[in-house]
Design a protein around this ligand. Sequence first.
Ligand SMILES: N[C@@H](CCC[C@H](N)C(=O)O)C(=O)O
Length: 294
Amino acid sequence: MAGTAPFAKMNGIGNEIIVADMRGRADKVTAAAAIALNGDAATRFDQIMAIHDARTPGTAYYIDILNSDGSGAQACGNGMRCVVQALAAETGQKTFTFETRAGILNAEEHADGSISVDMGKPRFGWQDIPLAEEFRDTRMIELQIGPIDAPVLHSPSAVSMGNPHAIFWVDKDVWSYELDRFGPLLENHPIFPERANITIVQVTSPETMVIRTWERGAGLTKACGSAACAAVVAAARTRRTGRSVSLMTPGGGKLHVEWRDDDHVILTGAAEWEFSGSFDPSTGAWARDTESAA
Ligand SMILES: N[C@@H](CCC[C@H](N)C(=O)O)C(=O)O
């Protein structure tokens, strides 16, 4: 065992995040450790953001992302904001370049404390998302759930923000849908060979929307940053909104997404520290720092 590692329990507008400091060590946070941490109410989380030493020149750190079921993820917008806030508090630095499974991304903490993450360019090709079969136009794919002649959710847009997203458009309040029941079925539908994050979206104006997400590998969450990005890109692509949109999320938090003319998607919002501790990255056994908030 390489010894315990420091962590911070944080959240990105309610998306439950553990930022694990794995710098200077060769081991990784194991799936077993993730599952154990998620099984304890005090450390229950949606994603672990493990900060590792840089692998690529020009980047500050490599960020390994784990879902609460122990699986890996390519992108996590809300978690990246937590990483930025933690590193900015430690170093005083305001801008960072990171590497993730999805590639290299830049992020910045603003003077008001909000944080913007450049989530890169969306991809729409069916092999890129990926989908199991060819769809020439992923603005609307054939997929539905519920009775065949009166589907509850149908015809989603599909988008990759580094990770796979299906966006279902609804007219009614997003809370009136049983996402806890349909989410697992859609996440694991054979059309998504790598599973998918499932989001329902109510567009409320050309600049606003309300979203609820069932996350791949984590279930219902209070917010999902990459889903917010995917929703805005898909909405703009289908002419439901413009390219600059404010989103309300189930935790009551607000995110802003801008799909810039250079094709990059910028996610902006808050991050919050809750408490700190140390943990064993191989087992998930952990202890709270004595001076840390309750
Ligand atoms: N909460 C995240 C998304 C996390 C990754 C996702 N569950 C996946 O497996 O792709 C966010 O804020 O983007």
